[in-house]
Design a protein around this ligand. Structure first.
Ligand code: E4P
Length: 217
């Protein structure tokens, strides 16, 4: 499963990259606004050290505007993936950009029917938002299962990128549902490896090893 970090913040991205476990990055306009950084500048900076897919979202809401912006974003670096909203204009732009060989991530997906259309439009990634569905009392994970089934039924190669992840359990459930990738906030990345029993077990092993008076080197 591919793991992307859902942030434009350089420090956590560098820390995640140093682990060798991070395959890519996603951003969105809200995260860019929160960072206070210049959008194109920060995407270029991320692409200097992340060689996997880096999603950058268009701001236009009409297809011609999205296509124009998408080309500008794609020109920043070879690994930029143009993020488009799941509207009819977003799907048109996805189709057009795909024809030009530009990778796309269709975002704000909340139904399997939407995901089917994104695959037909040639999206490289579809981003179903699990957490936001759960917030409404719906079952976000069911959406991942449904999309997986539909894509497998027809052999669509669009990658399922589980988004709006709120917990380590979401990551595990997405993996079990067959998501190709998950994009997660840095805090959740840490939650994937941290476990109190690992910490306690290690503390005991260190104490007992010291009692042996031995050294491996
Ligand atoms: C994905 O690409 C989005 O940026 C992100 O996962 C949205 O998450 P949120 O619902 O926590 O804002």
């Amino acid at each position: 499963m591919l793991i992307f970090l859902d942030t434009p913040e350089i420090e956590p991205l560098k820390a995640g990259h140093a682990t060798g476990l991070v395959d890519g990055v996603t951003t969105n306009p809200s995260l860019i606004a929160k960072s206070g950084r210049d959008f194109k500048e920060v995407i270029a900076e991320i692409c200097e050290f992340i060689s996997g897919p880096v999603s950058a979202e268009v701001a236009a809401i009409d297809a011609p505007g999205m296509i124009k912006e998408g080309k500008v974003l794609a020109a920043i670096a070879d690994n930029v993936v143009v993020k488009l909203p799941l509207t009819i204009d977003g799907l048109k732009a996805c189709h057009a950009l795909t024809q030009e060989g530009i990778d796309t991530n269709v975002t704000l997906c909340f139904s399997a029917a939407q995901a089917l259309l994104a695959a037909k439009a040639g999206a490289s990634f579809i981003s179903p938002f699990i957490g936001r569905l759960d917030d409404l009392g719906q079952d976000g994970m069911e959406l991942i299962h449904d999309i997986r089934d539909i894509y497998d039924n027809y052999g669509y190669t669009t990658k399922v990128l589980a988004a709006s992840i709120r917990s380590a359990a979401h990551v595990k459930q997405s993996a079990m549902a067959g998501a190709d990738a998950a994009t997660i906030p840095p805090k959740i990345f840490d939650a994937l490896y941290n476990h109190p029993l690992t910490d306690k077990g290690l503390a005991d092993f260190i104490k007992d090893w010291q009692k042996t008076g031995q050294s491996i080197l």
